[in-house]
Design a protein around this ligand. Structure first.
Ligand SMILES: Cc1cc2nc3c(=O)[nH]c(=O)nc-3n(C[C@H](O)[C@H](O)[C@H](O)COP(=O)(O)OP(=O)(O)OC[C@H]3O[C@@H](n4cnc5c(N)ncnc54)[C@H](O)[C@@H]3O)c2cc1C
Length: 219
């Protein structure tokens, strides 16, 4: 476990008691999140782009079309800010003011580089695939030369990071606790529904275990 240094950029100023800087907490949140949002500035205009990712050690892997503006921006060595958020519940307080959300979020900063080597590129694509559906890389047809050539893959070193976590019941004003208003937490979780078979499947194939038992929760 490493501790990310607190800098003027990543130090949590609002409610600092909710802040974490250790890689264990931060990486667990990253690994549970399905997607991330990448923020970058081009010609003074901020953009935020949602995208698939994987964490590999202290890096974030992104992939996409060669023509992707975001990936070109990263390949040019420009800095990015990446965030993920897991929503754990709605916090229903007695007062509107104290309504909140239980969450675990990460904000990180870094800059990246292109992964050029074919073997490294395949390993990165495997990481992204396995991040989304663990077990899929071993079953799906792997990228061919044409597909590999059409894909850009970048690796972003996590230079600075922080997590912010809210958990627990609402915190109401003392005088509001006696009000006849339901208060508490409505837990929420990202969960799959029943898999839907593609009508164009030519064979009768059972739903693989890794899909039937799919969960974002860490084992
Ligand atoms: C689901 C969800 C809902 C939220 N709703 C609200 C809301 O309605 N109103 C509100 O004011 N805030 C809300 N927050 C908290 C919000 O993310 C910010 O932390 C807060 O608004 C303070 O922003 P700031 O720029 O002043 O933070 P600062 O504390 O000044 O940020 C400094 C640095 O701390 C880090 N940081 C800040 N926020 C986070 C974070 N959430 N996770 C990880 N690192 C962080 C970043 O590196 C940032 O650059 C919500 C968060 C989540 C995840």
């Amino acid at each position: 476990m490493t501790e990310f240094p607190k800098t003027s950029q990543n130090r949590i100023k609002r409610l600092p008691k909710r802040g974490y800087y250790d890689s264990e907490t931060i990486y667990k949140i990253l690994d549970e999140a399905l997607i991330c949002h990448v923020g970058f500035v081009e010609n003074k205009q901020p953009f935020i782009i949602p995208i698939n990712f994987a964490r590999v050690n202290d890096t974030i892997i992104l992939h996409g079309a060669k023509a992707s503006r975001l990936l070109k921006h990263i390949e040019a060595g420009n800095p990015v800010c990446i965030e993920v958020t897991l929503v754990d519940g709605l916090v229903l307080a007695r007062s509107v003011f104290h309504h909140s959300i239980n969450y675990r979020s990460v904000v990180l900063f870094g800059s990246g580089q292109t992964i050029e080597d074919d073997q490294d590129k395949m390993a990165a694509l495997e990481a992204v695939t396995e991040h989304i559906v663990p077990g899929r890389w071993g079953e799906a047809r792997l990228p061919n030369r044409k597909e590999l050539n059409a894909t850009s893959v970048v690796s972003i070193r996590i230079d600075q990071a922080s997590a912010k976590v809210r958990s627990g019941p609402p915190g109401d004003e003392e005088e509001d606790y006696a009000l006849p208003i339901w208060a508490g937490v409505l837990p929420l979780q990202e969960m799959p529904l029943s898999p839907k078979r593609d009508e164009l499947m030519t064979q009768n194939i059972a739903v693989p275990k890794y899909i039937a038992k799919y969960s974002r929760k860490q084992k």
